[in-house]
Design a protein around this ligand. Structure first.
Ligand code: SF4
Ligand code: SF4
Length: 439
């Protein structure tokens, strides 16, 4: 009976998850291409350092360590969950114990990490509920955003409590019945010592309650995550693997424009370059269908930690710009417009757009493209590329830019330099020098 109920629950979970994956795949299909994914050796190194090694998180050592422990704990505990699925389907008990010594290490590590993660989550929750952390504030951090984070953290806490409960009642039950304990449970062993005087029956029932609570929480959590900021639990590792590998200051060029510029500078080079096949649909980014798959992946992976905004010189000096908001807005806009586009095609319009209805020109022009945000982001999100792409749209399709920048554009057009002097006058400053300056 238990197996049948478990199989039905698992099928429902997988079905709902498949629906979400299909929905997200539809959204990804609406996006534009980004850089080609190659250099796998480099990518594995970045993923090992930044995702599994959590190197960027450690820039803030104390809270970084707590966060890293949660991440590592999750990885270990996830392996234990696979065993629960096997047990649930086959009716076995601790199916992976056939792995012997490795199983003991896995269980012991998971048991210790369950306690560490539970304590860490209590710290995270307390910080959010009782302390005023500036990083968690901002116009983009709405009440619903905080509620979402608190619900997800509470669920993780319950997951850890139920895991420890399950292990504790398992150890206590086996000790009471004099049976062999499969695996090693340093923390639960301690707790189980307090239960030894209970009858084996109630301990067995409590074990079943914890087992079901834990696995059902995993199923609910897995289906909730894609709609929560905690989706980064799934997405951060692939997002780091697919990081942009170019140096931070290097902006991607637009192929069509590069060709035009080359044509002006050297017609031979331009004709040697591969021709642009299709006419350009849009210069830069106006709405969510103009973003690349990487921009959208970034938005799904963002942890909303605010590290980017906390180092942004524009934000620190009181400007409207918050790089975290830019990334969050992409996800929110896709949730708003994506379903309509999937149903009616890319041409669907709801008379709103990412630009202006979500992100204002004032925010975009406040960016200094210093890359401090991208440098700080623990999952290698690159904010300046999307900001610059939105500016490209403004300039190239709407000829809209702040007055000072328009002056620079006209100077470049007329004088071949950003300054308002004729190229012929460039060396006037040197005319009275005692020595000759080469032109
Ligand atoms: S973009 Fe990166 S640094 Fe900024 S909030 Fe998201 S995860 Fe944190
Ligand atoms: S690149 Fe722009 S958004 Fe990022 S930190 Fe610098 S000013 Fe802020």
């Amino acid at each position: 009976m238990k197996q049948v109920i478990f199989a039905i629950t698992l099928l429902l979970t997988l079905g709902m998850f498949a629906y979400t994956v299909n929905r997200l795949a539809g959204f990804f299909r609406l996006t534009r291409k980004a850089f080609p994914v190659r250099d796998f050796g480099k990518r594995f190194k970045v993923m090992t350092d930044v995702a599994f090694g959590q190197t960027k998180i450690f820039r803030r050592p104390v809270i970084g360590l707590v966060h890293a422990l949660v991440f590592w704990g999750f990885c270990v505990i996830l392996l234990g969950s696979i065993e629960m699925v096997i047990d649930g389907l086959s009716g076995s008990e601790r199916a992976l114990s056939v792995l012997g010594g490795f199983y003991d290490i896995l269980m012991a590590t998971g048991d210790v990490f369950a306690l560490i993660v539970a304590l860490a989550i209590i710290v995270f929750l307390s910080r959010r509920l009782f302390f005023h952390i500036r990083r968690f504030e901002g116009i983009e951090m709405k009440r619903s955003t905080h509620i979402d984070a608190n619900i997800a953290l509470s669920m993780i806490l319950l997951l850890m409590i139920s895991l420890l409960g399950m292990n504790t009642f398992y150890v206590a039950g086996k000790a009471i019945e004099g049976e062999t304990i499969k695996g090693v449970f340093p923390v639960s062993n301690l707790f189980a010592g307090w239960l030894i005087n209970n009858s084996g029956v109630s301990v067995h029932v409590l074990h079943e309650v914890c087992w079901w609570t834990h696995i059902l929480l995993i199923f609910v959590f897995a289906n909730m995550l894609p709609y929560s900021k905690h989706f980064h639990v799934f997405m951060s590792v692939p997002n780091v693997f697919l990081s942009r590998l170019d140096p931070l200051g290097k902006l991607p060029n637009m192929d069509s424009i590069t060709r035009e510029v080359k044509l002006m500078l050297n017609p031979d080079t331009a004709y040697a370059a591969p021709a642009v096949e299709a006419p350009v649909e849009r210069f830069g980014v106006k709405d969510v269908e103009d973003v690349t798959w990487k921009n959208y992946l970034d938005s799904l992976s963002c942890t909303q930690c605010g590290r980017c905004t906390s180092v942004c010189p524009a934000n620190i000096t009181g400007k409207l710009l918050s790089p975290r908001k830019i990334i969050m807005d992409i996800r929110a806009r896709m949730n708003e417009k994506g379903p309509g586009m999937v149903k009616n095609g890319r041409g669907f319009t709801d008379n709103r757009s990412l630009l202006r209805d979500y992100i204002t020109e004032e925010e975009l022009w406040a960016c200094t493209t210093c890359n401090a945000c991208a440098m700080e982001c623990p999952i290698n999100i690159n904010h300046p590329t999307i900001i610059v792409d939105m500016r490209r749209y403004l300039v190239m399709e709407e000829a809209s830019a702040p007055g000072e920048i328009k002056t620079v554009f006209s100077n470049i057009e007329n004088n071949g330099a950003p300054w308002q002097f004729s190229p012929d006058d460039r060396l006037l400053w040197a005319k009275d020098l005692e020595f000759k300056v080469r032109e």
